[in-house]
Design a protein around this ligand. Structure first.
Ligand SMILES: NC(=O)c1ccc[n+]([C@@H]2O[C@H](COP(=O)([O-])OP(=O)(O)OC[C@H]3O[C@@H](n4cnc5c(N)ncnc54)[C@H](O)[C@@H]3O)[C@@H](O)[C@H]2O)c1
Length: 250
């Protein structure tokens, strides 16, 4: 597949959950397009591997749990001392266990919502003031079709992702009078390590709902994120961009 070039020269991007999967592919394409990229991830081994594999002086990282406000705040203020933060990709997420709501472990339920939704809130809360100061910003919040349609046996995940959609619509409107765009994306299933957190039956059920009849490729997802993250996106904000292979039709 041929790839269009984007101009991310002089842009600094924070990508949460960037050590693997979607986040890592976005990091690669941003770096190839001239951006400075900072990966925020909770997994030190995967960060180390990503840094080694990508071997790019414009790539750096922080080990951070996005659900921990203090950690996020401290990372943000360290970066903001040296640089603008132009792009924020809120991508870190977990699915949690596959279980009906009445059997769902309460602590796990809270954890899934904390990482997916509060993590997005924490990163926006600490980074948006930097974008306001510079009157420039592109924020992409990674939601999911689960947040639109609701997946059975994934109530915490569906709630967290639906919350991200609500947060995006609200924050986008709050910032609409500035050159800051806030958008959400709703991918269907892609073959990343996150699928290991769910049962095989659950993954098959997800796939059976996709009219395209296949998994989303990470590169296809990155293409959409690139345009939304670029200066070319001057008008779209507070919106939800679907990339579910026809599953969600709104
Ligand atoms: N792959 C899919 O099928 C799919 C579908 C829809 C939405 N999504 C969403 O896309 C995003 C990326 O998923 P992926 O498929 O690349 O998964 P992945 O498991 O490959 O990568 C997720 C990354 O997030 C990191 N992470 C987890 N908890 C964290 C925390 N508390 N703080 C910081 N980092 C944390 C992990 O260490 C990992 O590197 C997630 O938000 C996911 O919900 C994925």
């Amino acid at each position: 597949m041929s790839k269009n070039l984007y101009n991310f020269e002089n842009r600094t991007a924070v990508i949460t959950g960037g050590a693997q999967g979607f986040g890592l592919d976005i990091a690669k394409r941003f770096l190839n397009s001239g951006a400075k990229v900072i990966i925020w991830d909770i997994d030190p081994k995967m960060i180390e591997k990503a840094i080694k594999d990508l071997n790019n002086p414009n790539l750096s990282s922080n080990i951070v749990d996005v659900s921990n406000y203090k950690e996020v705040e401290s990372c943000t203020s360290n970066i903001a001392k040296k640089s603008n933060i132009d792009i924020l990709i809120n991508n870190a997420g977990i699915t949690g266990p596959t279980a009906p709501l009445w059997e769902y472990d309460i602590e796990m339920w809270k954890k899934v919502v904390d990482i997916n939704l509060m993590g997005t809130f924490n990163c926006c809360k600490t980074i948006v003031p930097n974008m306001i100061k510079n009157n420039y910003g592109r924020i992409i919040n990674v939601a999911s079709v689960a947040g639109k349609d609701g997946n059975a046996n994934a109530s915490a995940y569906s709630v967290g992702k639906a919350g991200i959609i609500g947060l995006t619509k609200s924050l986008g409107k709050e910032l609409a009078n500035k050159n800051i765009a806030v958008n959400a994306v709703t991918p269907a299933g892609a073959k990343t390590r996150i699928l290991d957190q769910m049962t095989k039956e659950h993954v098959q059920r997800m796939l059976s709902k996709v009219p395209r009849g296949r998994f989303l490729e990470v590169e296809e997802f990155t293409s959409l994120v690139c345009w939304l993250s670029s200066e070319e996106n001057t008008f779209s904000t507070a919106a939800v961009f679907d990339i579910s292979g026809g599953r969600s039709t709104y």
